[in-house]
Design a protein around this ligand. Structure first.
Ligand SMILES: *Cc1c(COP(=O)(O)O)cnc(C)c1O
Length: 379
């Protein structure tokens, strides 16, 4: 029996009447782009994020890129960001013509290390782009203390962390803007691509609304080179049907994480490094990421048993070939480099059951007891 990394069909089955009704509502109205569903979703997500505005876009990548643009960040500017994330984080910075300046990650939360940010600030630095990686919030107090006196903007990459909280405050509301993704596997996923930006800044919201329709406010006059980046009405209606369930789904993820921790401890797999939640933070476990020095062998053993473990991410962003022009050296980001060699993501989704988690842990523990290939050859 296979255990997927996420089971989107199971989620659909659990709320089928609500989703079907939402889709039918859009089809009956016949309004597909920038209509009542997008308006309502923007209001609902601004309210739940505690921000004044929300602007829905075509993807999380566009959310990052158009937010950088809306903040006036471009050629000659530097943006300080983390060295471990999905590549879209760095891609967005390069896409607007700016230079990503990478910092290493914290060994416990895997988020960018605030202690290393101040040293990377230069006269060209315009913004800090923290990523709430795997669903764990970054140290926003420390980052705010660095950004404020230096007049740096904070743009949060919340793609993996919708619903996560730092000192009871929702991620996305700490800096000038927070960027979300509705990619299907994210904690709040559409049935296609989608993204959204929350902000308290009316000017940034206005710029984003203009940029998402080719740089025009009235479709007569064009004030900027924007693009086509709209969330469509069908996706907005689907997301609105799912939104009331988000808290319960995030809570289920947290419970499954606890079950994993308990069963892994019981199985005696003590050389596995488990995810931790820093006090004052609410982790929403977009991914349940463990670490082992025998990562590749464990992933192989899990896949052989039909358990779809994956690696997020096998290469630290500064070491991606396309960024070679920044001349990173091996050893510049020692924590991110080591973590990239050791991480594996175990199946985690709200509809998972304790029985399935037990099956994953038993397979994992069995693989960990197997003799190491390296030991065999050196014996
Ligand atoms: C998914 C993701 C993005 C990009 O979102 P898309 O909607 O896929 O474009 C950006 N940053 C992070 C950290 C992500 O996980």
């Amino acid at each position: 029996m296979t255990i997927p990394l996420v089971d989107l069909a199971a989620q659909y089955r659990s709320i089928k009447p609500e989703i079907d009704a939402a889709i039918q509502r859009v089809l009956d109205l016949g309004h597909f782009i920038l209509g009542p569903e997008v308006d309502a979703l923007e209001r609902e997500l601004a309210a739940s994020s505690g921000t004044a505005h929300a602007v829905a876009l075509a993807s999380g990548t566009d959310a990052l890129e158009l937010t950088l643009k809306a903040c006036g960040i471009g050629a000659g500017d530097e943006v300080i960001t983390t060295s471990l994330s999905f590549f879209a984080t760095a891609e967005a910075v390069v896409a607007v013509g700016a230079t990503p300046v990478f910092v290493d990650i914290e060994p416990v939360t895997y988020c960018l290390n605030p202690d290393q940010v101040a040293a990377k600030v230069s006269p060209r630095t315009k913004a800090i782009l923290p990523v709430h990686l795997y669903g764990h919030p970054c140290d926003m107090d420390a980052l705010t203390r660095i950004a404020k006196p230096r007049n740096l903007l904070i743009i949060e990459d919340c793609a993996q962390a919708i619903g996560a909280r730092y000192r009871e405050q929702r991620v996305g509301s700490f800096g000038i803007a927070g960027c979300f993704s509705f990619y299907p596997t994210k904690n709040l996923g559409a049935y296609g691509d989608g993204g959204l930006v929350v902000t308290n800044d009316a000017k940034v919201a206005d710029q984003l609304r203009m940029l998402r329709i080719h740089g025009s406010r009235d479709r007569v006059r064009y004030d900027a080179i924007g693009r086509n980046s709209r969330l469509d009405e069908l996706q907005a209606a689907i997301l609105r049907a799912k939104l009331p369930h988000l808290e319960a789904w995030n809570e289920a993820r947290r419970q499954h994480a606890e079950t994993y921790r308990r069963l892994i401890a019981e199985a005696g797999a003590s050389d596995l490094i488990l995810p931790q939640e820093r006090p004052g933070c609410r982790h929403v476990y977009h991914l349940f990421v463990v670490r082992s020095q025998r990562r590749d062998a464990l992933v192989k053993a899990l896949l052989e048993q039909g358990i779809r473990a994956q690696v997020h991410y096998a290469v630290a962003m500064p070491h991606q070939p396309v960024l070679a022009y920044l001349r990173p050296r091996r050893g510049d980001f020692p924590v991110a480099e080591q973590v990239a060699d050791e991480v594996l993501s175990l199946p985690l989704y709200p509809e998972l059951t304790p029985a399935l988690i037990r099956q994953v842990v038993e397979t994992l523990a069995h693989a960990m007891r197997a003799p190491q290939a390296s030991r065999l050859t050196s014996a």
